[in-house]
Design a protein around this ligand. Structure first.
Ligand code: CP3
Length: 342
């Protein structure tokens, strides 16, 4: 078992910097595209053998140090009583967006052991196949609420922020419900064998410090407090969150995932060294010449080596893009390993 990823999360010494990529299973892989021709995304999730296969594919192909369960942040939402679809090229789509107090109080408190038993079955299967740790995940309340309240990708954020700034019972109840249920969903994944968990709060970095502190922070705090009882490393990730570091620092998580808009040095200067960092190669660096790619990776690793030398997991600043090439991703893994082993 390769445990460098887990060790790095806890700030323990490693043989080489562990690497994995957000969205490492996906459309840049011809094998994934072929499977998607025959199955929708959720149909993959519902079939444990197939889902485990899709999860494992990038681990074999790229030589990464962790697997992430193939799923979507929307997977547990059906169990709350919300119907959704994931539309190719668009993302989550909720036909009846959740906007009224009536809808919010009607949300279910699911028993995830029954409602998403296919997720548990996939995790159990993967634990018998994998030689690297398996990361479970869920969407954080704000990022989930974005899809549930807007109904899908939206440029105006009008409904979500309308509800948030109204600061009435609807916002609190919805965020509280999502916090409680996502904590339960993560506990379920760990009980089934997930060896780390990541909370994806992709869109939270668009909020000001004050708005985040007031409308988002208490709910994420709640999730990590609830998860103190599970003995696995926990990661919080969002885009453009550097202005929020003084708040993120207070979470009971071991790792902060950062995007490519901040350097490791600057992140360390604010965050200190109590947490491990995960990131933060710009995804678009994968489209550059090798010399440029080297320079971008060296920039990250030099900072890691000079100033801290532990508690770092190499990743992209955001997810893999469909236009990427598997061989380039593998090249990054080998380059980081080669540069940092021994
Ligand atoms: O990282 C992994 O390999 C695990 C799989 C994973 C998926 N979604 C599969 C998926 C993970 C971790 C997610 C999380 C997710 N889903 C997030 C948070 C992470 C992030 O990228 O910010 C968000 C915001 C979503 C919602 C969502 N689902 C979006 C925005 C999209 C893309 C829409 C598109 O087609 O461009 C999806 C669909 C989705 N989820 C795909 C994959 C591989 C796209 C490919 C497909 O349709 O098969």
């Amino acid at each position: 078992m390769n445990t460098n990823f887990i060790k790095a999360c806890y700030g323990e010494p490693v043989d080489q910097i562990p690497v994995w990529f957000m969205r490492q299973a996906g459309r840049y892989q011809p094998e994934y595209r072929a499977i998607r021709k025959e199955n929708t995304l959720m149909e993959i999730v519902y079939q444990p053998e197939l889902c485990a296969h899709v999860t494992q594919l990038p681990v074999e192909q790229l030589g990464v140090d962790a697997a992430i369960l193939f799923s979507d942040i929307m997977t547990p939402v059906k169990a709350l009583g919300i119907d959704f679809d994931i539309k190719p090229g668009f993302g989550p789509y909720v036909e009846k967006p959740v906007r009224t107090l009536e809808q919010i109080v009607a949300l279910k408190n699911p028993d995830f052991t029954k409602e998403v038993n296919y997720v548990g079955a996939t995790i159990e299967l993967l634990r018998t196949w994998l030689t690297v740790p398996l990361i479970g995940f869920c969407g954080a309340p704000y990022t989930l609420a974005y899809y549930l309240v807007e109904g899908g990708k939206s440029k105006s954020w009008q409904h979500l922020h309308g509800m948030m700034y109204a600061n009435d019972e609807r916002w609190h109840q919805l965020m509280q419900h999502l916090a409680v249920s996502m904590a339960a969903y993560l506990k379920y994944q760990v009980a089934k064998g997930a060896q780390a968990i990541q909370l994806f709060d992709s869109w939270a970095g668009d909020l000001s410090f004050e708005d985040y502190e007031r409308f988002v922070f208490p709910y994420v705090l709640h999730i990590f407090e609830e998860l103190k009882v599970v003995d696995v490393p926990k990661i919080y990730f969002g885009l453009k969150t550097s202005h929020l570091f003084p708040l993120l620092q207070q979470y009971a998580c071991e790792v902060i995932g950062i995007d490519h808009t901040i350097s490791i040095n600057t992140a360390r200067a604010t965050l200190g060294d109590a947490k491990a960092l995960q990131g933060n190669l710009p995804p678009t660096a994968l489209f550059a010449d090798r010399s440029i790619l080297h320079a971008k990776i060296d920039f990250i690793i030099d900072q890691y080596q000079q100033h801290y030398n532990k508690g770092f997991i190499f990743n992209l600043g955001h997810g893999c893009l469909p236009e990427m090439q598997g061989e380039d991703l593998k090249y990054v893994v080998d380059y980081v390993h080669g540069k940092t082993s021994g």
